[in-house]
Design a protein around this ligand. Structure first.
Ligand code: GAL
Length: 435
């Protein structure tokens, strides 16, 4: 089970951190990869410490593929992989925050394009502008216009996006669907009918869910389905009304969807929830397309072992997020970090990473022949759909706002009180607007 493996790794990582701290060493939680087998006998001239939360289930393999490109291009720089386990960065971001507070930054770390980047690391002056690298590498010609404003402030560009992930994906077990005479639901009403049919046929929890961040992920996709793209966007730019009847309806829909989920959700990782669909214990899972990276790593066959569609109620809308890497202010190995960022932004790096990670390149010149059926459909949808941002993965709200929503959601998951939830969401929007 990936969850157990993740926890074990986290324990090992934490132990390393303690030892390093006890020895008075900096750097802390590192596992080392690469830098060997370069054909030279000299020790690495330098190293680069890169921090992320990609430790398992398709994610680590994606990172390894990019590290391989890095090692080929920079054989004298040792790559120090400081990934900390935990889906969506739940553990990693806490470790990173305490390192930044202790003035012990990794050279480069993973951050989401959008308010996570601008509202936290840029606001706290923790990262360097990268305009010089964009100029040198010609990235403004190949990175999408949608993305640049989300990683910029006052004309400065602050990160290198490595991918585009889609959040609003419904993953399905096609055999379970056909055995129960269900066709792919495209509206919320069709979704509820399908879930009712599965329940009536004896499947208690037809929609697989995992730990709390995956329920925020579910919440945002159901809100998008209920409110539409404009309604969703308006909640984040200050023009929408969190106390409206439309938001009440969206939250009621979310409450209803939760009735079809597994009771052990809080103990499961996103990979565990995906596994329930592969096993046929559940019919559906709503998760970002890193789920496909996991399925493929297990050797599963698209359209046979699993199928996909936009979350019901959201066809034509692509709810996105983008993983990007930054350059720490005061990076201990600044030149090596720039070398890493050059690979992260390159076509070769992105075409090695993304087919394995389950995302499409942030660059618009990826080699389509390297991508599978799902990712080709994601590329087409990214180019043609209405694009909106994700809450759980850092695009639409700053960290304090998101954290207040998370607290309200935690309460709601136990008391299911829609009115109280909506009140708390209204208060959160007033307390922590994006700025
Ligand atoms: C997201 C991240 C993805 C994937 C996912 C699950 O926040 O952007 O790349 O790692 O978490 O861990």
């Amino acid at each position: 089970m990936y969850r157990r493996k993740g926890l074990r790794l986290f324990a090992v990582v934490a132990a390393f951190a303690l030892i390093a701290a006890a020895c008075g060493g900096g750097g802390g939680e590192t596992t080392t990869t690469g830098g060997e087998g370069t054909g030279t006998t000299a020790a690495a001239a330098s190293e680069v410490e890169v921090f992320s939360w990609w430790t398992g289930g398709g994610e680590a393999a994606g990172l390894e593929a990019m590290i391989k490109v890095f090692n080929e291009k920079y054989p004298n720089i040792k790559f120090v992989n400081s990934a900390v386990a935990g889906g969506a960065g739940t553990n990693a971001r806490a470790v990173l925050a305490s390192r930044l507070q202790a003035n012990d930054p990794p050279d480069s770390w993973q951050g989401h394009a959008g308010w996570e980047l601008i509202g936290t690391y840029v606001a706290a002056d923790q990262i360097e502008p990268l305009n010089f690298l964009y100029d040198q590498e010609g990235w403004l010609d190949v990175m999408p216009d949608t993305l640049i404003p989300l990683i910029s402030k006052d004309g400065n560009i602050y990160s290198v996006p490595v991918n585009i992930h889609r959040a609003n994906v419904l993953w399905m077990n096609p055999t379970v669907l056909s055995d129960n005479g269900i066709s792919v639901p495209t509206t919320l009403d069709e979704f509820f009918t399908a879930l009712d049919t599965l329940k009536a046929n004896g499947m208690d929890a037809p929609l697989a869910m995992g730990e709390q961040w995956t329920s925020m992920h579910l919440l945002e996709t159901i809100m998008l389905a209920s409110l539409g793209a404009d309604g969703w966007n308006s909640l984040w730019d200050g023009t929408g009304d969190w106390s409206s009847a439309e938001v009440t309806k969206a939250l009621e829909n979310f409450a209803k969807v939760l009735d079809y989920t597994n009771s052990d959700a809080s103990a499961l990782s996103w990979q565990d929830a995906g596994q329930l669909v592969l096993d046929g214990s559940a019919a559906f899972n709503i998760m970002g397309d890193w789920q496909e990276g996991f399925f493929r790593e297990l050797g599963k066959t698209p359209k046979t072992d699993y199928d996909w569609a936009p979350v019901p109620g959201t066809p034509g809308t692509f709810q996105f997020l983008s993983d990007s890497f930054v350059l720490a202010k005061g990076a201990p190995h600044r030149d090596a970090a720039i070398a890493w960022l050059t690979v992260a932004g390159s076509r070769e790096g992105q075409d090695a990473f993304n087919p394995v990670k389950g995302s499409i390149p942030a660059r618009n010149d990826g080699d389509r022949s390297l991508y599978g059926e799902y990712l080709l459909s994601a590329m087409d949808d990214w180019a043609s759909n209405t694009v909106v941002g994700s809450l759980t993965h850092g695009v639409v709200a700053n960290d304090s706002w998101k954290s207040e929503i998370d607290t309200a959601l935690g309460l709601f998951l136990s008391n299911k009180d829609v009115a109280a939830f909506q009140d708390a969401l209204v208060a959160a929007a007033a307390a922590s607007p994006n700025q």
